[in-house]
Design a protein around this ligand. Structure first.
Ligand code: ADP
Ligand code: ADP
Ligand code: ZN
Ligand code: ZN
Length: 795
């Protein structure tokens, strides 16, 4: 690079975030930069932990100088300097909170425009319907766009408050078994314990027969007990119980329905509300028929559809409904142009099967990230660095080319695009490559190479190199014969209609197909069918969900080896002399832990208007224990020092402790030797969490008869990690298990024993089995969109 170009670079000097080893790296701006390296090598630590964190810190300092004092407590990224860094936008794969009401429409801002379209250009019942694009008579009483949102007071259905469902307390929902008497618990919705007994005694004092089966009580009595609004007070003579003396008291009766609705609506305890919901009959709202909007809004149509019908269409259909209105400069044209241009980008990114109303918590991380990416394309920003986390996740190879086109467009409008990426086709497309490694954790953290892709050929210790340049030779393996089949019949769910499928047992099956074709839906059906099959011992879903949501859960606790370690400490001479038991060495128990952070090692710093952050505990400096506990050593190490060992180090340190050694061995087998024992579950990546789960499974002695289900297990995995994963999956199958994976990585698909290709398209255009058989049979299929990519891998 000449000096002119160096001026337009982002330059990092002395980065030490997480495992980064004081590294320097230069990345050109206005370029597509790919960060590669095995899982845990430090890619995210550089891209997100250093570059994005530094940009955030500068931004916060500029908008909120008053926060500077607080920010000093928050860890700024450990880096000497970062120069040439423009404002940064991170598009991570984080899912939104499951309770959130966000949808495809709200994430992409399509909902707002759609509401405006209905408000201004919709056909109202009292006006002559529009027959095509054109003008409207003025002076009609129109609804504001807010009236088309169920989340506003103006728009919500008045009967169900925009919920779409109503909760009813009926006799059958509160008294599921009418053959029981009240004493036997006929009124199942009553609270348990003392309050239930009290209500029973009050009823008895009121003269009701609490020993007669419910169904034999008079209709009037049953009606009153359940639905009365009265609150009579009576003197209750409690039933005598042995060894307990009860005095008469004044008891009040409250109708069962009132009691139930109150605890459902008002209880502070989520468990109580959930229990109450079980005794409520949930039905579609009779006023809006589940469409959540008030009737006036539902009566307005555009092109013959009301807003919920439009929001329910797959985007690929919606865009065709709108397209005829786009020519011209009228308001209707401007609004529909805005919508179609947004939707066209989503279709290009392979998301045409989604609908506007699809709730974002039901989307995969990859889908959500591509939605956000599409939004950025329209923002018109330039001079920005976009940092993306594996944008190819969830994409069929047929859609990857469209992704790179979209990324190029962001670049050509004057932005920089930095990607943490494993898909080699996307990596080859990059202008610049930063390869980190060579290994993971303490064995990684170095920048092995920064430069144009081709130059990586010369880097001897790069694990990425042989994969990128096709230097890996794969021995062919004989296909295994199935031991039986799991028969799925007439599966109807999402876009699957009456589908039959046979899943071979005792082999490795890959489910393929474009995004939205129904792979995950089929996998879920496999899970349900396998669960109900008496011949199948166990069904295990090995996903990338975190293994724990608090820093209290870690590798040592999750795998169970910490129990043994604590026993070792409790058995030492000093511990015995001081009377310290096993509990003393748990950071969840008060006696041994640091009182300041209560054993977390961190304290939470709350910032006004900002997400709270963790900061190391000032008392124990992250050690989690109190000084007395740290007096105890085993083979010269304190419990905190043992938790600080990597799996590899611990394997040496505890090699003669058989239970622990076995657990550590399986962790090393799945490539996690670099993780620290005390590494909080919250710091593990999705791929790392998945491998911890696999390791726990591999430790089990009996695996025959178990069905393992994995949805895109290679997400976040370097090709070298994928090889490790395949070794593990194959050893599960060789041990008698059945493995079913949903997968886009053709290396994995080519190694499967059986392939089921879904499609042909996404959403309504998918949901069928296009081809199935051995990888070669599917590769030879003329219709399958997977076959060309599979063929490439097989030859
Ligand atoms: P990659 O993106 O290459 O998979 P990461 O940058 O996420 O790797 O992780 C690099 C190393 O830093 C790993 O050993 C990982 O366990 C560790 N790590 C990740 N996040 C944290 C964190 N918040 N605190 C401490 N260590 C972390
Ligand atoms: P794939 O796994 O092949 O990407 P999915 O099985 O996730 O496809 O989706 C198949 C179809 O079902 C798509 O049209 C998708 O939008 C729809 N779908 C998936 N999950 C849900 C859900 N939770 N609610 C409604 N529709 C869904
Ligand atoms: Zn309603
Ligand atoms: Zn502490």
């Amino acid at each position: 690079m000449d000096s002119h170009e160096v001026d337009s670079s982002v330059r990092v000097r002395g980065a030490r975030v997480h495992n980064l080893r004081d590294v320097d790296a230069d990345m050109p701006r206005n370029a597509l930069v790919a960060f590669t390296g095995v899982s845990g090598s430090g890619k995210s630590s550089l891209a997100f932990g250093t570059l994005y964190a530094e940009s955030q810190r500068r931004y916060l300092e500029s908008v909120a100088p008053y926060a500077r004092r607080l920010l000093n407590q928050v860890e700024a990224p450990d880096v000497d300097t970062v120069t040439g860094l423009p404002p940064t936008v991170a598009l991570a794969q984080r899912r939104s909170a499951p309770s959130s009401r966000s949808t495809v429409g709200t994430v992409t801002a399509i909902s707002n425009t759609l509401r405006m379209l209905m408000s201004r250009e919709g056909d109202y019942p009292d006006t002559p319907a529009r027959t095509g694009p054109g003008h409207y008579p003025e002076g009609t009483n129109r609804l504001y766009s807010d009236a088309f949102s169920p989340n506003t007071v103006e728009g919500a259905c008045p009967r169900c408050h925009g919920q779409g469902v109503v909760h009813e307390a009926t006799e059958s929902s509160m008294v599921p078994d009418p053959s029981l008497s009240i004493r036997e618990g006929a009124i199942a919705s009553w609270p348990g314990a003392w309050q239930g007994k009290n209500l029973r005694d009050v009823l008895s004092a009121l003269g009701y027969d609490i020993d007669r089966p419910w169904r034999e009580l008079s209709p009037a009595a049953r009606e009153w007990i359940l639905f009365t609004e009265e609150k009579p007070v009576v003197t209750v003579e409690p039933v005598r119980e042995p060894h307990r003396i009860h005095r008469p008291y004044q008891g009040t009766y409250t109708g069962a329905k009132q009691l139930l609705l109150r605890s459902h609506a008002e209880s502070k305890s989520e468990a109580t509300r959930a229990r109450a919901a079980e005794f409520l009959h949930t039905a579609e709202c009779p006023l809006c028929a589940g469409r959540r909007l008030k009737p006036e809004a539902l009566a307005v149509t555009f092109a013959g559809y009301n807003i919920t019908e439009l929001a329910d269409l797959p985007l690929s259909d919606l865009v065709e409904v709108l397209r005829p209105y786009t020519p011209g400069t009228e308001a209707v044209a401007v609004l529909t142009q805005d919508l179609t241009s947004r939707i066209d980008v989503l279709i290009e990114l392979g998301l045409g099967y989604l609908s506007v109303d699809r709730e974002s918590p039901t989307l995969s991380g990859g889908e959500l990230q591509r939605l956000r990416l599409a939004g950025q394309l329209r923002s018109g920003l330039f001079g920005v660095v976009y940092i993306l986390d594996e944008p190819s996740a969830g994409l069929h190879p047929a859609d990857t080319a469209a992704l790179t086109t979209v990324l190029d467009r962001l670049k050509h409008s004057g932005n920089s695009v930095f990607l943490v990426e494993h898909d080699l086709d996307v990596v080859r497309h990059a202008d610049w490559l930063i390869d980190i490694g060579p290994g993971a954790g303490v064995n990684g953290g170095k920048v092995l190479y920064a430069g144009e892709v081709e130059g990586l050929r010369e880097v001897a210790d790069s694990i990425t190199r042989p994969y990128l340049f096709g230097e890996i030779v794969r021995p062919s393996r004989a296909a295994r014969a199935p031991t039986g089949a799991l028969r799925l019949r007439a599966v109807t769910s999402h876009n699957l209609h009456d589908l039959d499928a046979d899943i071979p047992l005792g082999v490795l099956t890959a489910i393929t197909g474009v995004s939205g074709s129904g792979k995950s839906t089929l996998l879920h059906a496999v899970s349900v069918t396998a669960d109900a099959d008496p011949d199948i011992a166990r069904v295990v879903e090995v996903d990338q969900a975190p293994i724990g949501r608090t820093p209290r859960s870690n590798l040592a606790t999750y795998t169970g080896l910490f129990d043994t370690v604590r026993k070792l400490f409790a058995a030492t001479g000093t511990a015995t002399a001081r009377g310290y038991g096993i509990g003393r060495f748990s950071f969840n128990v008060a006696e041994g832990r640091c009182p300041t952070c209560q054993g977390e090692g961190y304290i939470t710093v709350e910032l006004l208007f900002l997400p709270s952050t963790y900061s190391p505990c000032p008392a124990c400096h992250g050690k989690r224990y109190n000084p007395e506990t740290l007096d105890i050593t085993y083979r010269g190490k304190t419990i905190a020092e043992v938790l600080d060992l990597t799996v590899d180090q611990a394997a040496d340190f505890l090699d003669d402790v058989e239970v622990v050694a076995r657990a550590l061995r399986t962790l090393r087998d799945v490539g996690l030797g670099y993780l620290r024992l005390g590494q909080p579950a919250t710091e593990l990546s999705g791929g790392e969490a998945q491998r911890v789960k696999l390791a726990t499974e591999l430790q089990r002695a009996r695996r025959a008869g178990t069905v393992y289900l994995l949805d895109e297990p290679t997400t976040g995995l370097h090709p070298a990690d994928t090889d490790i994963l395949m070794t593990q999956l194959n050893s599960l199958v060789d041990g008698g298990a059945t493995v079913v994976v949903v997968e886009h990585d053709m290396t994995v698909v080519a190694e499967a024993d059986h392939v089921i290709d879904m499609g042909p398209g996404g959403g309504g255009q998918g949901g069928r089995i296009v081809a199935q058989g051995t990888p070669q049979q599917v590769a030879d299929n003329a219709v399958s969109r997977t076959s060309p990519y599979l063929l490439e891998r097989l030859t």
